[in-house]
Design a protein around this ligand. Structure first.
Ligand code: AMP
Length: 465
């Protein structure tokens, strides 16, 4: 009989439901920690399937395929919420499944999620259930204008949403939604959008990642700046809220909270995601552990180290639009962006998700820039014709302030084990920057990141940074 208190041994298989880029980055982190990964979802050669040890190309309701999948895995998790609860129930009846089907059930529906938040004392914008054109009218009387009408289920990246102002055609708004159930929500005149990724394991340890400041464009995340340029008080409040949600829901794995910070300093929950989050991608290159690595540690019943971020970072999503170049005649052609030039920028970390077709608004990859070269890179990327990834670049961007943050934040010295043969002490941002170019971060269970560079290991013992 399996001891469900002990960590899951290395080399065992973790099953992931969903096969997109989040599953891909999860699998990469799991491999670094010496686990194997099977992914489950419709489609062959998927972003996650390309790097997984086995890919199940099957619908979420395919019980024969689910039975075969569950027979080979030690634990199940998911990277996508729009899966039937019954899929997770099936897996949970056979293997430990994290987060639980209950967590999925609450968070995959806006009405249930907002009701849960409200009933548990967390602040949300006023909202009300709408099931017909007639109910929408009454709901607008109650909520007022402007408001946002959102489908209750299966919404993401702003899909299934309509803003309603005085004078908006309500018939068209209701018909355009095309869903039987919706939530009408008060419009929030926010000053900033924030998010926090929090990991929690079965033992109840919780660890938050630094607070992200997110800018959306066409309802899709465009840019994340971390740490958000907000006061320590606000930052602690966002992290405390997220941790409280993780504890109250008994999440094992990750939960991300998205917040609106109003111009008067109130913090309201927008939504929850019980999985790695797009805004947390910066952590791969900027933190002592990534959201994906913490997800793996949490579901394999391992301790969760504290997460540190020595330098500020900016992450920009790379959408399929970037491939489209218009000639003088207005005709569009598909042109591969100059990736080699981007990869060559110091402190820039390019991640492409292996998607073959660059469609408009499709998330194809992301670019994280770490440290004080952020401003320089922005100009260079513009020169490379990649300004679209910083769209909308009209106003001075928030990360212009990161120069200040960089000098204002105290640097916490730390030591790094290098492949178990020696320790390097890092006592300044400059020392860390120097190391970044030479070593590859590897997973480790201790508090400090482990760095590893096969060709340099021999000389490491003598090195002092
Ligand atoms: P959602 O899919 O609910 O996260 O919404 C996507 C984006 O639409 C959010 O990140 C906001 O930028 C915007 N949005 C959603 N709901 C509201 C609201 N109630 N007030 C203002 N903006 C909103």
């Amino acid at each position: 009989m399996e001891d469900r208190q002990m960590p899951i041994p290395k080399k065992e298989v973790i099953g992931v439901v969903g096969n997109g880029q989040l599953g891909r980055m999860f699998a990469q982190a799991a491999h670094e920690l010496d686990y194997r990964v099977w992914v489950f979802g419709p489609g062959k050669d998927s972003p996650a399937g390309q790097v997984a040890d086995r890919e199940f190309d099957a619908d979420y309701g395919d019980s024969a395929a689910l039975a075969e999948f569950s027979a080979g895995i030690r634990v199940a998790t998911f990277e996508f919420e729009n899966i039937p609860r019954s899929t997770l129930d099936f897996l949970a009846s056979r293997v430990p499944t994290h987060p639980s089907p209950d967590v999925l059930y609450i968070t995959q529906n806006r009405l249930r999620e907002k009701t849960w938040l409200h009933e548990n004392g967390f602040p949300v914008a006023n909202f009300v259930l709408v099931r017909s054109r007639h109910e929408l009218e009454g709901a607008l009387d109650y909520i007022g204008y402007p408001a946002v009408l959102k489908t209750a289920s299966f919404g993401y990246d702003g899909k299934g949403q309509a803003r309603i102002d005085k004078g908006t055609d309500i018939d068209a708004a209701w018909a355009g939604l095309g869903a039987p159930e919706a939530v009408l929500e008060a419009w929030v005149d926010f000053g900033m959008e924030l998010s926090v990724v929090c990991a929690r394991n079965q033992q109840g340890e919780t660890r938050c990642f630094p607070v992200c400041h997110n800018t959306h464009h066409h309802h899709i995340l465009a840019v994340t700046q971390v740490p958000a340029a907000i006061s320590t008080d606000l930052s602690h409040r966002a992290q405390a809220y997220t941790m409280q949600v993780a504890q109250a829901m008994k999440v094992v794995g990750l939960i991300t909270a998205e917040f609106f910070l109003t111009k008067t300093g109130d913090m309201l929950f927008n939504e929850l995601a019980p999985r790695p989050h797009n805004s947390g991608h910066f952590s791969i290159d900027a933190c002592s552990s990534s959201q994906f690595r913490h997800h793996v540690l949490a579901v394999t019943r391992r301790p969760l180290p504290t997460v540190t971020q020595p330098e500020p970072a900016v992450m920009a999503n790379i959408l399929g639009d970037l491939w489209e170049k218009r000639g003088e005649d207005g005709r569009a052609t598909v042109v591969e962006p100059p990736w080699d030039a981007v990869r060559a920028l110091p402190g820039a970390h390019l991640h492409l998700y292996g998607k073959k077709e660059p469609r408009a608004r499709r998330k194809m990859g992301h670019l994280t820039m770490v440290g004080d070269g952020i401003k320089t890179h922005r100009d260079t990327l513009w020169k490379l014709g990649m300004d679209q990834i910083f769209d909308p670049p009209r106003d001075p961007l928030p990360w212009e302030k990161t120069d200040v943050l960089l000098t204002a934040r105290p640097f916490v010295p730390f030591a790094i084990d290098v492949s178990g043969v020696g320790r390097l002490e890092v006592d300044s941002p400059e020392a860390l920057a120097k190391l970044r170019g030479q070593y590859i971060f590897q997973g480790a269970d201790g508090d400090a990141p482990r760095m590893f560079a096969p060709s340099l290991v021999a000389g490491v013992e003598q090195q002092k940074v």
